[in-house]
Structure formats: C-alpha cells, structure tokens
Design a protein around this ligand. Structure first.
Ligand code: NZQ
Ligand code: ZN
Length: 388
C-alpha cells in the first residue's frame, strides 16, 4: 500500500428531512449567497425547504449556473459577493452548481487573473483565502458534495479545466435521497455511470496490495450494478435512492483512492468531448472508458480479471479471455444504463476529434497519462479513434 494522508472535513448529513439543519450549520449573522442552477429547485420543493431553513439569514440569490458551469457566469457571482460583502455561500444543485460555487469561493479573494486558477491548476489550500460554503445536493453523481475538486468551462476558449485544494471541501453537505424522485431519467443514468466510472478510474489499474480499498471499490460497483436499472425505473423508492446517493458520494470522496494508483485518463479525454460537443459528462465516459481499457489492455488485464470475477462472476480459460469478458460486461451495463458508446452516435462532426485532443494534450504537456504514465499521445489518438 502506498503512503497516504486522509483529510476530509465535510460534515456529511444524510437522509430525509435534513434540510432544516441548514439553519444551525451556517454561522449566525452570515450574509448568504444562495446559488442554484437553471430552476429545477423551484419545481421540486427544494427551494421552499431551503428558504425556510434560511429564514433567519440575510440572503442574496444567484441563479443560472449552467450544466458544465461557465467561468463567465461564475465571475458575475464573484462580483456580487465582493460588492455585497457576502460571507457564506450555499450551493443548491448538482455537481455543476457545487463545482461552480467552489470556483466562486476561490476567486473572490484571488489577487490576479482568476483564469490562472484554472490554467495553472492552482492548489487552493488557505482557508483564509476562500469564502466558506455548504451544499444541498440534488443530483448524486460527481461526489463534489464531499470532495475538494471542481471542473469549470471557459466558454471563450472551449476549455474544460479542473482544479481544487484542501480549502475547497464543503463545510457541510445535505444529502436527502428524496430529491432523486424529480430527476429526469437521463440525469439518473448519468449519475450512476459517472459514479461507476469514478470507481473504475481508481480501481482498474494494476494489482497492488491495498486489499480493503479493492473490496470497497468492488462493493460500490456491485451495488451500482444491482440498483442502477431499478433506480431509473423507481426513482421515488427511498431504499434504492438512498443507496444510489451514498454510492455516488463514496465513489469520489477520496476514500477509495487512498494508498492506491489511479488513472483518470478517461475523464481527461472525456472532458474534451464535453468542451467540444457539449456531450453530458457521464456520456463521454461511456464512449471513452471501454476503448481505453481495450487500448491499455496489457497494462490493465490482471485487474480486469479481478473485476470481472468479483463484480460479474465471470469465468474463462485465460487471463485474456476473462479480461475481454470484463470489458464486454462493462459495455453491457453501460447500455443497460441508457448510454451510447460511440462518438458518432452523439455528434456528426467527429472526424477531427482525435487530432484536436492530441494537439491540446501536447500543448499542455500531458504526454504521459494513466496509472503507469504510459498513455502517450499515440495511445490517446488510438483510444479516441476507436471511439468514433
Ligand atoms: O440546473 P438545474 O435546473 O438545477 O437542472 C439540473 C441540470 O439541468 C438538473 N437537476 C439537478 N438536480 C435535479 C435536476 N433536475 C430535476 N430534479 C433534480 N433534483 O440536472 C441537470 C444536470 O445537472 P449537473 O449539475 O450539470 O449534473 P452533474 O451533477 O452530473 O454534474 C456534472 C458536472 O460535474 C463535473 C462534470 O464535469 C460536470 O461539469 N464533475 C465534477 C466532479 C467533481 N467536482 O469532483 C467530478 C466529475 O468527474 C465531473 O467531472
Ligand atoms: Zn466524473
């Protein structure tokens, strides 16, 4: 097992009817920015619950944070916070609103060009340099409610860039599974597949001796396989919704990544597909993931076998046979979750995608991705072209 530090200060508050606790969680006398997305919170009762809990606070509202949150939009909130001397932010929404709030939190006191936070991937570590924030999660998928990372899009340059740091953990996150009842099917499918791929990024590498991390990762994968299609059918079933929400948080709150190698190249390539074609984040992962496992087969085959045997109960004659079956089982699951696994099923304009992504990665110096730093630009090209 590799050495590690485990630091996660988020107060994670799970279950029905927990939103009322917001009133005790935000420091008294705070002036609060209530940040939200395109308006789903007005249709499902979440806004009323939040407003009730905030009745003793002075509140300024900021709506319109879009899916794949835009730098340009977020900077408007930064200006409001500076002008109105706001001292706490409450993010109410999915990963996009929460990520957007992480950027706002970091940008308000940042001296210099806030785009540098993204371009230079600055690590935000000083608590005195951020605006504290809490979250009310409405879409389980990203784990952003219990991690310190965020992904922001700069519209002007079509760049989707990640950043983070230990000062950007939410102070608290209210995670009430009843919010899942109002989610469109497409978003539930996305949430399951995003969480599933987060586990694979941290698990499907090469054999190591961190046995517990593997078992926890496999437990999350098995649970998502078991409940995924059922949540889509019955989003108001509390038992299913609760397990889905907790899986999504556990998939990316940092726990399963401790002491193990991780990959993340599927995400790095996938983010480019969203930046170029606005394909939903999870859907880019379904396009890229299986082809990355195929191109990187020799690096990943032992772990593919373990995954196939333990998660899908497969058997076979050779390592190669079992590893291939594990990839096919993954694709079957992705299809069962409503994913299309080819780029050409999502856009007609895909022919130059590999050139574009390879050039961009070379410009950024991303020449050695993956758990063994052996995903070279040539491998990235092969993965993307195989995904057409
Ligand atoms: O904007 P509103 O009106 O709220 O509607 C949203 C949005 O249209 C809707 N929605 C959310 N909760 C709802 C609801 N509709 C009805 N009922 C509810 N309860 O769902 C749509 C998508 O929301 P979004 O927040 O964009 O989805 P998601 O949570 O999947 O977040 C995706 C973003 O997170 C980033 C992605 O790149 C993408 O930008 N990621 C963040 C990560 C992190 N911070 O650790 C890791 C991930 O890998 C990912 O990259
Ligand atoms: Zn993701």
């Amino acid at each position: 097992m590799l050495n590690f530090e485990l630091y996660n200060p988020t107060n994670y508050i799970f279950g029905k009817g927990q939103t009322a606790k917001i009133s005790e969680l935000i420091p008294q006398n705070s002036k609060v920015l209530l940040a939200y997305g395109g308006g789903s919170i007005f249709k499902n009762g979440v806004y009323e619950q939040v407003k009730l809990a905030l009745s003793n606070f002075e509140v300024v509202e900021f709506g319109g944070i879009e899916p794949n949150p835009r730098y340009e939009t977020l900077m408007k909130a930064v200006a409001i916070i500076r002008e109105q001397k706001i001292d706490f932010i409450l993010a109410v929404g999915g990963g996009s609103v929460i990520d957007g709030v992480k950027f706002i939190s970091a940008a308000v006191k940042f001296e210099g060009n806030p785009k540098d936070i993204l371009h230079k991937r600055l690590l935000i570590k000083e608590l005195s340099q951020v605006i504290p924030f809490g979250t009310v999660l409405t879409l389980p998928a990203t784990g952003s409610e219990m991690n310190s990372g965020a992904v922001i899009t700069i519209d002007e340059t079509q760049e989707k860039l990640s950043f983070g740091g230990s000062a950007l953990f939410p102070k608290f996150s209210i995670c009430d599974p009843t919010v899942i009842a109002s989610l469109p099917i497409r978003q539930i499918q996305n949430g399951i597949v995003d969480a599933y791929t987060h586990v694979l990024e941290q698990y499907l590498t090469y054999p190591h001796d961190a046995m517990l991390q593997d078992r926890i990762a496999e437990g999350i994968l098995q649970t998502l396989v078991e409940i995924g299609p059922a949540v889509v059918e019955n989003p108001s079933d509390y038992k299913l919704a609760a397990n889905y929400m907790w899986c999504a948080t556990m998939a990316l709150n940092g726990l399963i990544q401790k002491g193990v190698p991780s990959d993340w190249a599927t995400h790095m390539i996938g983010h480019e597909l969203t930046a170029l074609y606005e394909i939903d984040h999870a859907r880019t992962l379904a396009i890229i993931g299986p082809n990355l496992y195929r191109v990187m087969f020799d690096t990943k085959k032992e772990k593919l076998v373990q995954y196939g045997e333990r998660v899908f109960n497969i058997s076979g004659n050779s390592v190669e046979d079992k590893a291939e079956q594990a990839i096919e089982k993954t694709v079957e699951f992705l299809h069962a979750m409503g994913m299309q696994t080819k780029l050409s099923e999502n856009t007609n304009d895909y022919q130059k995608t590999a050139d574009f992504i390879v050039n961009r990665f070379e410009e950024r110096g991303w020449k050695a991705l993956g758990e063994k730093q052996n995903i070279t630009p040539e491998k990235v090209r092969a993965i993307v072209e195989m995904s057409y």
